[in-house]
Write a protein that binds this ligand. Structure first.
Ligand SMILES: Nc1ncnc2c1ncn2[C@@H]1O[C@H](COP(=O)(O)OP(=O)(O)OP(=O)(O)O)[C@@H](O)[C@H]1O
Ligand SMILES: [Mg+2]
Length: 409
C-alpha cells in the first residue's frame, strides 16, 4: 500500500517541473520506491483514515509520460492518458526489435544502436511526449528497509540514510545513485520509522538516462522493472474476487530469455526468483525442427505461418515444458516458505501470448491461471491498432507499469 509517500513524491515531482533529483546523490534520477499501488484505490494513511484517491486528485494535471521498457530483445513504449469518462486510455504503444548482444542481462552493451532503436520507436509511436519513465533490472538495484528515528527533518534523514547505506552497499557511495522514502512508523518501535532505500551504480542509471537524452527525451523517473510489473499487475489483481485481498498471487513474466516469478500478497512481495527459460527456447525448437534461421523462426512463431505438424511436434511439447518450469518455480517457493499453495497464477511477458497457455499451466499446477492483459479496461486512442495491440499486449506489462507513473508517481 502506498501511503502518503505517493502524494509527497508527486508534489516533489511537480514542484520540480517533473524533474525530481535523486535525493541523496543530488545528481541521479529519482528511483521510484512506491512499492505497489492499486490504481484509483483510495489511499489509506497510517491511522487507517481513508484519503481521496490520488488518481482523481492529480491525474488531470499530470504531464504526458512515456513508459519505456528496454529489455533483451525489444524496446517497448506505452503512453497512457485519460478518456472523457475519466478512465485510462492507451494513447500510444509500440515496440522496436533489437539485435542480440545490444542489451545483455540489463546492461546496455551497444549504446548507439540502442539509442537509434529508441529514436525509431518514439517516431513510430507517434507520441509527442518528452518525459520518460525508465526502469532498471532488479539485479542492478539494491533495496533495503531500515529503521531510523522518527521526527528527523529531510536533511537529517539524508545524512542518516547515507551513513546507514554505506553498510549495505558493496561499492563506494560516490559511485552510487541513492534514493529513499519513509514508509511509515516502524513495527519494532513507535519512536522509529521504516525507511526503504534503493541504490544502483551511477553508471547503470546514467546509461539509461543517456539513452533517453540521445533520443531527445527527458528522463524523469527511474523505476525498477519488477516494481513496474507490480504496478501494472495491480489493476488485474484488483479485479479478482475481494480485490485480491490476502490472496497469494504468483506473477510470472515469461520473456525471451528469462521467466521471472514474484509472489505477492496484499502489498508485499514475499518471494522472487528468475529462471533462464523463455520464448527463445521455442524459437530454437522451431528453427531446429524446420531448418530455418532463428529470426525467421521467431517471426513465424508470432504469425503462426508454420507447417500443420507444428502444434503437435513443437508447440504442445514447449507449452508442457513451460508449464513444468512454472510448477518447478512454485515448488521452490513452497519449499523455501511455509506456504503450500497459491490462490492465483498470473502469466505475462511476450510468451504468455501462446494460445491455450493458461489452461496448460492450470492443468499442470492445479492452481487457477490467467493471462494478464495490462490494457484490460482501458480505451484505445485512434493512434493505436486494436488488433495488433491485442496480439502483443502481454509484452507490455513493464512499459504499462512505467506509463502508469504518470498518475501514480
Ligand atoms: N504473439 C506471440 N506468440 C508467441 N510468442 C511471442 C509472441 N509475441 C512475443 N513472443 C515471444 O515473447 C518473447 C519476448 O517477450 P518479452 O517482450 O516479454 O521479452 P523481453 O522482455 O524482450 O525479454 P527478457 O524479459 O527475457 O529480457 C520472445 O521470445 C517472442 O518471440
Ligand atoms: Mg522483459
Amino acid at each position: 500500500m502506498i501511503l502518503l509517500t505517493g502524494k509527497a513524491r508527486l508534489i516533489l515531482a511537480t514542484q520540480d517541473g517533473l524533474r525530481p533529483e535523486c535525493r541523496c546523490s543530488g545528481r541521479g534520477l529519482l528511483i521510484v520506491l512506491n512499492l505497489f499501488s492499486r490504481i484509483d484505490a483510495p489511499c489509506v494513511d497510517n491511522q487507517g483514515m481513508t484519503l481521496i484517491s490520488l488518481g482523481s486528485l492529480f491525474s488531470r494535471e499530470a504531464a504526458p509520460l512515456l513508459g519505456v521498457d528496454i529489455s533483451s530483445t525489444t524496446i517497448k513504449l506505452v503512453e497512457l492518458g485519460r478518456d472523457r469518462a475519466g478512465g485510462l486510455s492507451v494513447e500510444h504503444c509500440a515496440m522496436e526489435p533489437m539485435e542480440r548482444g545490444w542489451v545483455v542481462e540489463g546492461n546496455i552493451e551497444k549504446f548507439d544502436e540502442v539509442a537509434d532503436a529508441l529514436r525509431r520507436l518514439v517516431r513510430k509511436s507517434g507520441s509527442k511526449a518528452k518525459n520518460v519513465a525508465l526502469a532498471l533490472p532488479g539485479s542492478a538495484v539494491i533495496t533495503k528497509k531500515i529503521a531510523l528515528p522518527a521526527g528527523l527533518n529531510d536533511k537529517e534523514l539524508e545524512i542518516q540514510v547515507e551513513s546507514e547505506a554505506a553498510q549495505y552497499i558493496p561499492f563506494p557511495l560516490a559511485d552510487v545513485a541513492l534514493d529513499f522514502f519513509v514508509m511509515g512508523p516502524s513495527a519494532s518501535s513507535a519512536s522509529y520509522v521504516d525507511v526503504l532505500l534503493a541504490a544502483s551504480r551511477k553508471e547503470k542509471v546514467a546509461d539509461r538516462q543517456g539513452l533517453a537524452e540521445a533520443a531527445g527525451l527527458n528522463p524523469t523517473i527511474m523505476d525498477v522493472e519488477s516494481y513496474a510489473s507490480r504496478m501494472a499487475a495491480g489493476r488485474v489483481i484488483d479485479s479478482l474476487a475481494d480485490h485480491g485481498q490476502n490472496a497469494l498471487i504468483a506473477l510470472f513474466e515469461v520473456g525471451s530469455q528469462t521467466t521471472a516469478l514474484q509472489v505477492i500478497r496484499n502489498d508485499d512481495v514475499i518471494y522472487e526468483r528468475d529462471q533462464m527459460f523463455g520464448g527463445v527456447n521455442l524459437t530454437q525448437m522451431i528453427s531446429k525442427q524446420y531448418g530455418i534461421p532463428v529470426d525467421e523462426a521467431d517471426a513465424k512463431k508470432k504469425s503462426g505461418e508454420l507447417p500443420p505438424d507444428y502444434s503437435v511436434k513443437v508447440l504442445t511439447p514447449f507449452m508442457e515444458n513451460l508449464a513444468q518450469e512454472v510448477g518447478r518455480a512454485l515448488q521452490f517457493f513452497f519449499t523455501s516458505t511455509p506456504h503450500n499453495k497459491v490462490d492465483h497464477v498470473l502469466l505475462s511477458g511476450g510468451s504468455a501470448a501462446l494460445p491455450g497457455l493458461a489452461e496448460v499451466v492450470s492443468a499442470q499446477t492445479s492452481f487457477p491461471c490467467k493471462v494478464i492483459n495490462p490494457f484490460d479496461g482501458m480505451s484505445l486512442s485512434a493512434a493505436v491498432q486494436g488488433r495488433k495491440l491485442a496480439a502483443e499486449a502481454t509484452s507490455y506489462l513493464v512499459a504499462t507499469g512505467l506509463a502508469l507513473r504518470r498518475f501514480h508517481p
